[in-house]
Design a protein around this ligand. Structure first.
Ligand code: FAD
Length: 340
């Protein structure tokens, strides 16, 4: 089972007697999981399996507890082995890339975290680039610039991996990664490999079908245009400068906490959550060491030793302020992992 945003088994399960039974079964399953001998786990999941791995250093917030089991999968075969092994043993799993859009519970994740580490950047023909899903998004931006290819400048300064960016259709400055995806290689929940085109992904604002389909991106092919190397570098510099002015880029955060609200009457068809939050007066509010940035009202920063609980509580206060002032309910962009 893959657990995605707000779908942790325990948070899903309190609505009915049936759900209650599911919870009991899962608790039993987890206790069975805890009793599996390490040698069997390694055999099923892969030789570089770690146990009780702290996740905080792998997230951009720098918060969260340990994963019961953890693996960095550097090849498609390693991913297939980890996924099929976890399924066979009844261990819930969750994928991470760069950890820059995650809020991991302080109690960690009682299952297997698979960090997708498939690397590689390759020029295909004259205008396409193939990238491993675990490649750093900024390496891809630089690779395109070095090869005088335009179309990826918008992504300058977005943290994380290529796979994470595609999964959430990351975007900024008028561009979205979904606009340039030509082909993806995926591993299905059954461990099969398949290739799909961009239509399959149903890219939408900060969304793709991959957020729901439990499929794992292994690599992606992007279509770009020939450009001028100096102009590309200049645009990247401009964007990085704008980011420094508008965002707390030198502090620990996960970017925007809440999604913008679709609204056809607004420029770009969205009402900016940051604007609503600013007008609701949240800048500078704190819970513990979690603080709403004074530069950007939609960004929570960890100024020291914030916990994920602090961040969650602060996000709830921000949400409540907007609800009270505008009657609008904000939806989280950041993905929660584990129990809250
Ligand atoms: C300073 C800063 C600025 C940011 N600015 C922006 C911005 O301008 N625009 C924007 O959109 N975001 C922004 N973000 C948020 C974040 O960087 C993006 O959402 C990023 O694309 C997440 O990638 P990741 O690899 O870190 O994903 P993670 O946080 O590791 O995971 C996010 C989701 O992707 C899934 N996932 C990861 N890898 C794969 C894979 N290979 N296959 C399938 N699913 C996968 C995970 O399961 C999870 O559901 C910012 C974050 C920071 C810290």
């Amino acid at each position: 089972m893959v657990i995605t945003a707000f779908q942790h088994p325990f948070s899903l399960c309190f609505e009915s007697i049936f759900s209650y039974i599911v919870v009991i079964e899962m608790v039993e399953q987890l206790s069975v999981m805890r009793n599996i001998p390490k040698a069997d786990l390694v055999e099923a999941l892969g030789p570089n399996l770690e146990t009780e791995r702290e996740l905080a250093p792998l997230t951009s917030y720098g918060t969260g507890g340990p994963a019961a089991y953890f693996i960095v999968a550097e090849t498609a075969d390693e991913i297939v082995r980890a996924v099929t092994g976890a399924k066979r043993l009844g261990i819930p799993f969750f994928l991470i890339g760069g950890g820059s859009n995650l809020l991991v519970s302080d109690s960690g994740f009682d299952g297997l975290i698979i960090r997708v580490g498939v690397k590689g950047l390759k020029l295909i023909g004259s205008t396409e680039i193939e990238a491993g899903a675990g490649e750093d998004l900024q390496s891809l931006v630089e690779f395109a610039a070095t090869n005088s290819l335009t179309g990826l400048e918008f992504a300058a300064g977005i943290w994380g991996s290529v796979g994470g960016a595609i999964c959430g259709n990351a975007g900024a400055f008028g561009g979205e990664i979904g606009q340039i995806v030509r082909e993806l290689t995926l591993i299905t929940g059954q461990g099969d490999t398949r290739t799909v085109g961009p239509d399959y992904c149903e890219f939408d604002y900060r969304h793709s079908i991959l957020k729901e389909s439990a499929e794992i991106i292994i690599s992606a092919r992007f279509g770009l245009q020939p450009g001028n190397a100096d102009a590309i570098s200049k645009r990247i510099e401009e964007i990085l400068t704008l980011r420094k002015e508008r965002h707390p880029v030198d502090q620990k955060s996960a970017g925007c906490v809440f999604r913008n609200i679709p609204d056809a009457t607004q420029p770009h068809g969205k009402l900016a959550a940051g604007k609503l939050l600013d007008e609701a007066g949240v800048k500078g509010l704190s819970v513990g060491d979690a603080t709403v940035s004074r530069k950007h009202a939609n960004i929570i920063v960890n100024t020291g030793n914030a916990t994920s609980k602090d961040i969650r509580q602060l996000a709830d206060i921000m949400k409540q302020r907007v609800l009270e002032k505008f009657g609008l309910e904000l939806r989280e962009e950041v993905v929660q992992v584990g129990e809250f």
